[in-house]
Design a protein around this ligand. Structure first.
Ligand SMILES: [Zn+2]
Length: 555
């Protein structure tokens, strides 16, 4: 009997061990999973709406956006999960897997409660410009409170991974790169050169000096801007001349062709931002950085962050249905095709992992919606602020408002304390008054943001995710769908919690990615942890997102 029991015991032990061994084999990294890309490329297309992929599909080349759809993994239901949907927060959130409540980039610029001044998201008085004598380089990521994918790559590889970022916009280069990046480069319109700051280096690398010496901005601007297709083929856009389009550089009408002789004579290269050449020069710089820094040639995974900004400048001026924006995307598609082909030959097809998304979408131009009988409009935010100040003055003998920015009211706390009134009472008074204003849709006090917990699929949750306790104001107010602050009477903008601003294309392509798509809901904060999983590195340290399982678990 004893012998039978011990045989049974041995058999059970054997089976348990076999099972543990099998589980270990299943959970161990498979060979293909553990193949590490030589290069990670993170691309942002500034202000790219989700619908552009389909709108311009027939006219795209085979190797640009179509390649992303056909060879990559397409997340068709990716949305920003906070407000405001602006450029600074957008770039920070993609690369940190976090949102403004945590990473602290609450807007492009915000009222700084300590200094009482507006603070630009990447300004840094303690660093100097590199590559220019003006102040365009006094920038760093110090206002971002967490790490990026690039920071984690650098920490994980003991600084063997190289991380480089390029963009026309300083914030669109600096925030993706992170704190410990080797370099972030951005455009200086006064010189036409790409520059950096002493946060990264003391002088520009030779390859960049050589690139700047080519005077690329001048070469591009001399070409002017003509449509690449005959006028009659822009069937996805409204007619060229629309009264709601913002005519650039003093031109009488917002119509093709555009000429930049005046700016060239004045040596003012800023104008390149609002032309498709701004994207092309960014692509050229990305290729120069790839070669100059030998990215993807080392033993550790390198990273190149690229943000194409001209889509945003042009989108703001002309709106989503303009020939200008259509032509810009057709040209960007060609730039992407050239860049992907370059990656194939330089790093090797299958050796790089790439993702592409946008930092926010864009609203339709209100005048265009009105033409189609759809409710929309511009808000006079100055008037709202003046009305509020007058109201508070009538109640308390003082306006008590220090600043109104990013749809937030900042109150004078010391004056409120002097008057011995509880802050919560004034906050509620402000919220109650603001909601009486025609164009105000919702108001929330900071106390509500701090103390309530809002649920998923709720605009309030988006506000809360964007609410940083120390940096945000006392009262938040929101506009109705399709309404925005009409500082500029023409063109369009972004920043809202609605799908036209939150819904963006999101693609992954290359090493470790099986082609496919999903309509599952993906938050923008899921991008970074998904990349971390693919690279087997830690999440960025403020990460709130989750890996995209439909992408990672594809067989
Ligand atoms: Zn943007």
């Amino acid at each position: 009997m004893k012998k039978i029991l011990s045989i049974q015991f041995l058999l059970v032990t054997f089976l348990v061990m076999l099972r543990i061994d099998l589980q270990a084999q299943q959970s161990a990294p498979k060979k293909e999973q553990s193949k590490q890309p030589k290069l990670l490329v993170g691309i942002i297309v500034d202000q790219m709406r989700y619908d552009y992929i389909f709108r311009y599909w027939e006219k795209f080349s085979s190797g640009g956006f179509k390649r992303l759809v056909e060879k990559g993994f397409f997340c068709r239901n990716a949305n920003y999960n906070y407000v405001p949907t602006y450029t600074g927060p957008g770039h920070a959130s993609v690369f940190t897997g976090s949102y403004p409540a945590v990473h602290g980039i609450i807007a492009n610029e915000w009222y700084d409660k300590i200094t009482g001044k507006l603070k630009y998201c990447t300004e840094d008085e303690n660093v100097e410009s590199v590559g220019t004598t003006n102040n365009s380089g006094k920038m760093s990521p110090k206002n971002m409170l967490v790490t990026t994918i690039g920071d984690e790559l650098r920490l994980n590889s003991l600084q063997k991974s190289k991380v480089i970022a390029v963009s026309l916009k300083d914030r669109a280069s600096i925030l993706p790169a992170g704190h410990s990046a080797n370099a972030a480069y951005w455009f200086d319109g006064k010189t036409g050169n790409f520059i950096s700051s002493t946060h990264y280096m003391n002088q520009l690398p030779e390859w960049l000096t050589a690139f700047n010496n080519q005077k690329n901005a001048e070469v591009y601007l001399k070409k002017g801007w003509k449509t690449i297709l005959p006028d009659s083929l822009y069937t996805e856009s409204t007619k060229d001349d629309q009264e709601y389009e913002l005519s650039p550089n003093g031109k009488e009408k917002p119509v093709f062709p555009y000429d930049y002789t005046k700016q060239l004579n004045e040596k003012n290269f800023e104008i390149i931002r609002a032309t498709p050449h701004g994207n092309s020069i960014t692509k050229d710089l990305a290729i120069a950085a790839l070669k100059g820094e030998q990215l993807g040639k080392g033993k550790s995974t390198d990273m190149l962050c690229i943000s194409f900004s001209s889509t945003d400048y042009i989108g703001h001026s002309f709106g989503p249905k303009s020939i200008e924006i259509e032509d810009t995307y057709l040209r960007l598609d060609k730039d992407l095709q050239e860049f992907f082909t370059m990656l194939d030959s330089y790093v090797g097809n299958g050796n790089y992992l790439l993702f592409l998304t946008a930092d926010h979408g864009a609203a339709e131009v209100p005048a265009y919606l009105k033409q189609n009988k759809i409710p929309s409009g511009l808000v006079d935010e100055n008037k709202i602020e003046l009305n509020l100040k007058a109201h508070l003055f009538s109640l308390y003998g003082d306006s008590l408002v220090l600043n109104c920015s990013n749809q937030q009211i900042f109150l004078n706390h010391s004056k409120i304390a002097e008057k011995k009134i509880r802050l919560e009472i004034i906050q509620q008074e402000v919220a109650n008054f603001l909601i009486t204003q025609d164009e105000v849709f919702q108001t929330y006090t900071a106390e509500t943001m701090k103390n309530e917990s809002f649920s998923r699929n709720n605009f309030k949750e988006l506000l809360q995710n964007g609410f940083h306790f120390k940096r945000c104001g006392d009262v938040l107010f929101r506009y109705p769908v399709a309404y925005f602050d009409g500082v500029v009477k023409k063109g369009t903008t972004h920043g809202a919690e609605f799908s036209y601003d939150t819904h963006v294309p999101l693609f992954f392509m290359g090493c470790g990615i099986k082609p496919g798509s999903t309509v599952d809901a993906v938050d923008i904060t899921d991008v970074a942890p998904t990349i971390s999983m693919l690279l087997n590195i830690p999440y960025p340290n403020g990460c709130v997102g989750k890996p995209i399982t439909t992408l990672l678990e594809r067989k």
